[in-house]
Design a protein around this ligand. Structure first.
Ligand SMILES: CCCCCC/C=C\CCCCCCCCCC(=O)SCCNC(=O)CCNC(=O)[C@H](O)C(C)(C)COP(=O)(O)OP(=O)(O)OC[C@H]1O[C@@H](n2cnc3c(N)ncnc32)[C@H](O)[C@@H]1OP(=O)(O)O
Ligand SMILES: CCCCCCCC/C=C\CCCCCCCC(=O)OC[C@@H](O)COP(=O)(O)O
Length: 276
């Protein structure tokens, strides 16, 4: 008898949930699964192309990867309005920093990826099947975010490789995806890297995706993302003592641009912008 009551009560809660899920959530989750499946499929197709063209793990594969990933936007109704591409026209290496909202960011990244540019990614991405393989072949640098000391020594080696191999490095200084409609405080790795390699920083800002992609509201329709590549920030002459200031300056500049591109009034948060 008790079991029957339990069953009825569960149904009472389950049925509206299932109906709601069918109407909005189902579409949302279906599209997300479709996106991941497309990433896995395109990666599986791109991997042999990379191997046949360039033989193994090299940044040159990023040209192939970006060309393939650029086709994804047509499947998902996403478009990009890009400003400031001329700011990428610098000789030599640099650190590129941008905001990170969701896994959809891979489309925005590949839309404007400059030549000879690798990204810093969490090591877990290595195990994402064919996506892991394609990131490996493209020369993505993996870090263990839970071990600051390991991440620091990898970043120090990256600083040297940037100079010797003329590499640009793309870092998401928020350190994780953030779809809250604001920027998270910045981690300091990107700024240490720019100082160690003595290279400029180029900030890139993507407008908020929340009007067409919002996990809390089960929303995933098509839309336009505004992208702005900002002028380079020089780091020559700066020392370790300037890291906090530099981090804060970049965060403030990018936050202002983020609010402007997202058509939202700028809110001053009044706190320190650096991650503690
Ligand atoms: C073909 C179809 C394919 C389709 C699909 C595939 C599509 C494309 C494929 C290719 C593209 C792939 C791109 C993948 C992108 C993935 C993105 C990510 O994974 S984001 C997550 C990983 N990235 C990051 O976390 C980067 C940002 N994080 C940092 O920079 C961090 O600082 C850190 C990880 C280096 C360290 O973390 P943490 O300890 O939490 O950080 P802090 O609070 O910033 O630092 C603590 C103290 O350490 C000092 N510090 C930091 N870094 C350094 C350093 N390098 N050297 C010296 N000291 C350092 C820092 O100053 C702090 O000390 P304090 O005294 O407080 O100042
Ligand atoms: C045989 C193994 C099968 C594995 C299946 C893997 C399923 C995943 C498949 C496709 C996912 C496509 C993802 C595209 C790349 C996304 C990169 C990305 O955005 O990573 C998130 C990372 O920046 C921050 O992570 P967190 O927000 O801290 O978390």
């Amino acid at each position: 008898m008790d079991l029957w009551w339990l069953l009825w009560i569960s149904l009472l809660f389950l049925v509206p949930f299932i109906l709601m899920e069918i109407s909005s959530g189902f579409k949302f989750h279906f599209k997300l699964v479709y996106y991941c499946a497309m990433c896995l499929l395109l990666s599986a197709l791109a991997a042999p192309m990379c191997l046949l063209t360039n033989g193994g793990r090299t940044v040159n594969n990023m040209r192939i990867i970006s060309r393939v990933v650029r086709t994804l936007k047509y499947f998902f109704g996403v478009r990009f309005e890009v400003k400031g591409l001329e700011n990428f026209q610098i000789d030599g290496p640099c650190v590129i920093i941008s905001n990170h909202q969701s896994i959809l960011d891979m489309m925005g990244l590949m839309e404007i990826l400059p030549d000879r540019c690798v990204q810093i990614a969490k090591k877990e991405l290595m195990y994402a099947g064919s996506v892991g393989l394609i990131t490996y072949l493209g020369g993505v640098i993996y870090i263990n975010r839970k071990r600051t000391s390991d991440a620091k020594s990898i970043m120090a080696a990256v600083a040297q490789a940037m100079i010797s191999d003329n590499l640009k490095v793309w870092i998401y200084p928020e350190g994780t995806r953030n779809n809250s409609g604001d920027l998270l405080p910045f981690k300091k790795g990107a700024f240490h890297l720019a100082l160690q390699a003595q290279v400029p920083i180029i900030p890139v800002v993507y407008s908020s995706l929340t009007s067409f992609y919002n996990q809390k509201k089960n929303l995933f329709t098509g839309g336009t993302v505004k992208v702005e590549i900002l002028p380079k920030i020089d780091t020559s002459g700066l020392t370790e003592n300037d890291i906090t200031d530099l981090t804060e300056r970049c965060h403030q500049t990018m936050r202002q641009v983020f609010f402007r591109l997202s058509n939202k009034p700028y809110e001053s948060n009044g706190q320190s912008n650096c991650a503690q």
